[in-house]
Design a protein around this ligand. Structure first.
Ligand SMILES: [Zn+2]
Length: 272
């Protein structure tokens, strides 16, 4: 089991001292849970996973307006901009947390209830920061030429690594969830000979299979991009990642540069 200590690093506090005052804060709300979801709601509340995410963003002082993280909604996870007098919200269904638990259970995180709970909460934490990233980008009008989804995945990973003692491990559990989704999609996409199809094959394919393959490559890409950042943040501690995703020495060096560049970019941006 991975360590569970979650201490905010001095870095975020130091940064906060230099931040201009953005008036927005993150608060939490929990919708009543149905009988099947009561244990999920209890796990979220008792673990303080939402409080931890809110505290990091509030200490950074980087939101111009308030955001409510609302657990137990029907839809999501998603960022819902403010409308008609209601503040901006992050919608986070209990059923999504249950789905994460199922993904980890199917993939052998069954040594102990704690192992399963830790992995699930880590993936929840990354997803919360991903959605908070959408809030920050939307409210601050931050341009994302590489695509907003990639940008918020990077931001979420960097915030975890820089804010929690074991942040790389938290992000790695989230990346693992995307990798499991990718391999499950691979099995489900029913490719006759088990090889990835060419673009010509795709053109004649049933739309649902083509869509499943797109989703698949999206999850593979997410896993690799997050894993590269984690590796780049601490190549010694995460040397096993370089083997897992078969990084060439040049790729490995690029991951280190990439982490430095992206973390500097995001922190200088969040401070202004
Ligand atoms: Zn997103």
């Amino acid at each position: 089991m991975r360590p569970v200590t979650r201490t905010l690093l001095l870095l975020t506090l130091l940064l906060a001292l230099h931040s201009p005052a953005h008036a927005g804060t993150v608060t939490l709300a929990y919708e009543p849970a149905s009988r099947e979801d009561v244990h999920i709601a209890e796990m979220l509340i008792e673990s303080h996973v939402g409080d931890d995410a809110a505290r990091v963003i509030n200490v950074l002082n980087c939101l111009p307006r308030n955001v409510v993280i609302r657990f137990g909604t029907e839809e999501g996870p998603q960022y819902a901009p403010a409308m008609k007098g209601r503040p901006a919200e992050i919608h986070f269904p209990y059923t999504f947390v249950a789905e994460l638990q199922r993904i980890f259970t199917r993939n052998g995180y069954t040594d102990s209830p704690q192992t399963l709970e830790r992995a699930t909460l880590d993936a929840v934490q990354h997803t919360l920061f991903h959605e908070l990233g959408h809030a920050i980008i939307s409210m601050r009008g931050i341009p994302t030429d590489g695509g907003e989804e990639d940008a918020v995945d990077s931001l979420a990973t960097i915030l975890l690594i820089e804010s929690f003692e074991n942040g790389g491990d938290i992000a790695l559990n989230a990346a693992d969830a995307f990798s499991y989704l990718a391999s499950e999609e691979e099995l489900e996409s029913a490719i006759p000979d088990g090889t990835m199809p060419s673009d010509d094959d795709r053109a004649t394919m049933q739309p649902n299979i083509a869509a499943a393959l797109d989703e698949h490559s999206l999850n593979v890409h997410r896993y690799e991009a997050i894993a590269c950042l984690i590796y780049g943040s601490n190549p010694e501690r995460y040397s096993f990642i370089a083997e897992d995703i078969q990084l060439s020495p040049q790729d490995a060096a690029n991951c280190v540069d990439n982490y430095t560049r992206q973390s500097e970019y995001w922190f200088s941006l969040l401070q202004h």
